[in-house]
Design a binder for this molecule. Structure first.
Ligand code: NAD
Ligand code: UDP
Length: 389
């Protein structure tokens, strides 16, 4: 559509088509980014991942209007000699590959550390050596806990934004002790951020670091027993969707008191496209990408999802809508949690003029409509079928 119109960047300069090496393109964020790039830009994508189920609709048939602009390369960046060649052939590398599901952090701590730090090292090195721009996906979790979490429970300072708003260039990174292996993920992400920053400082690497704050929407993770392992534990959106689809109570970990801000994937992808197309404004920066207006406790998230799901499915709300579970029972030993995550938006606002648009209610309505349409029939079939012995 707009690929034939002259597209300009934020400074009014025409945007030249580029080639992007996207690692982890088959995941949740990658699938939305590929879709955006194919629908609205003239750019070419090398899509690297071990899976392509979430981007199949963009890869075939050959008659798609963007055919030839996206190619899938099935590879594991841990051990594949094609990686350097693909980075060299591209103008920009975007690294999304990671183990990034909390259920894995304390149960597969080694894989978590390797995936988020060691496996990302060659990507950074190849970009630096070949003078290629890098957009690396980190996480809001590098902030860890808020300063306010350590104040007495009744302290009025807990209400002062100075004690909880997370700022890229000012806030400290506060993690729990080593046996709380939840923080191995955050720590690995922090060290790769520091390494990328150092490559920029010492060797002139052109980089942008993205810190997503709970991006959610269609195609996030999997529904256990349908398009993922029955015993698997995805992130909260998919856990709660699964419970709703099956008519089960939603499980609130440690009372569901932790707070999160949720941003709609489609809003967040707009921010990434601005970074891709405005390198002079994005290079050398770390960006929070989230929606500070969409804050809820996990308990409130559950309550809204129950209400919205009932609206989109036409089903009655269950008699026992939620149950409490301990984190030890749900995630195992070594789990811990981020208490509160409000992103400061000053830097992304100033550099890219980006703001999130979609309210929590609206984003849940479109996402749960998608979940219902995609999974309700399949769930009915598994529930009706006696388990094979
Ligand atoms: P995702 O799990 O859906 O996507 C990651 C993709 O990387 C998967 O498709 C996976 O197969 C691929 N991958 C992992 N290891 C690989 C390897 N060795 N070789 C090739 N491919 C590999 O997760 P997502 O939500 O799309 O997250 C993308 C990035 O954003 C991650 O770095 C994550 O830490 C970060 N992030 C996301 C959120 C969020 O709100 N979704 C929040 C914080 C950080
Ligand atoms: N959570 C929950 N029930 C679930 C899944 C998650 O109460 O079925 C909680 C989890 O303990 C955390 C929050 O929801 O406090 C968000 O979890 P998620 O896995 O989405 O990732 P996080 O934001 O912690 O990285």
């Amino acid at each position: 559509r707009s690929s034939t119109m002259a597209r300009v960047d934020l400074d009014g300069n025409p945007i030249k088509p580029i080639t992007i090496c996207m690692i982890g393109a088959g995941g949740f964020i990658g699938s939305h980014l590929c879709e955006k790039l194919m629908h609205e830009t003239p750019h070419t994508v090398f899509a690297l991942d071990v899976y392509n189920d979430k981007i199949k609709h963009l890869l075939e048939p050959d008659s798609l209007p963007w055919a030839g602009r996206i190619t899938f390369h099935r590879l594991n960046i841990k051990h594949d000699s094609r990686l350097e060649g693909l980075i060299k052939m591209a103008d920009l590398t975007i690294n999304l590959a990671a183990i990034c599901t909390p259920a894995d952090y304390n149960t597969r701590p080694l894989d978590t550390i390797y995936s988020n730090f060691i496996d990302a090292l060659p990507v950074v090195k190849y970009c630096s050596e070949n003078n290629k721009r890098l957009i690396h996906f980190s996480t809001c979790e590098v902030y860890g806990k808020t300063i306010g979490a350590f104040l007495p429970k009744d302290s009025l300072l807990r209400k002062d934004p100075a004690y909880f708003v997370l700022k890229e260039d000012e806030s400290p990174c506060i993690f729990g002790s080593i046996e709380k292996q939840r923080w191995s993920y955050a720590c690995a992400k922090q060290l790769i951020e520091r390494l990328i920053y150092a490559e920029g400082a010492e060797n002139g690497l052109e980089f942008t670091i993205v810190r997503p704050f709970n991006w959610i929407g269609p195609r996030m993770d999997f529904i256990p027993g349908i398009d993922g392992p029955s015993e698997g534990v995805p992130r909260v959106l998919a856990c709660f969707s699964n419970n709703l689809l099956r008519g089960e109570p939603l499980k609130l970990v440690d009372g569901g008191q932790s707070q999160r801000t949720f941003v709609y994937i489609k809003d967040a992808i707009e921010a990434v496209l601005l970074m891709i197309e405005n390198p002079a404004r994005a290079n050398g920066h770390i960006f929070n990408v989230g929606n500070p207006n969409n804050e809820v406790t996990v308990r409130q998230l559950a309550e809204i999802m129950i209400q919205v799901y009932s609206k989109v499915s036409g089903e009655k709300t269950p008699e026992t809508p939620t149950i409490d579970v301990s984190s030890k029972e749900f995630y195992g030993e070594g789990y811990d949690d981020s208490d509160k995550r409000i992103p400061d938006m000053t830097i992304i606002n100033k550099q890219l003029g980006w703001n999130p648009k979609t309210s929590l209610f609206d984003l849940l309505e479109s996402t749960l409509t998608y979940q219902h349409r995609t999974y309700a029939e399949a769930i009915k079939k598994v529930i009706a079928k006696p388990v094979a012995s």
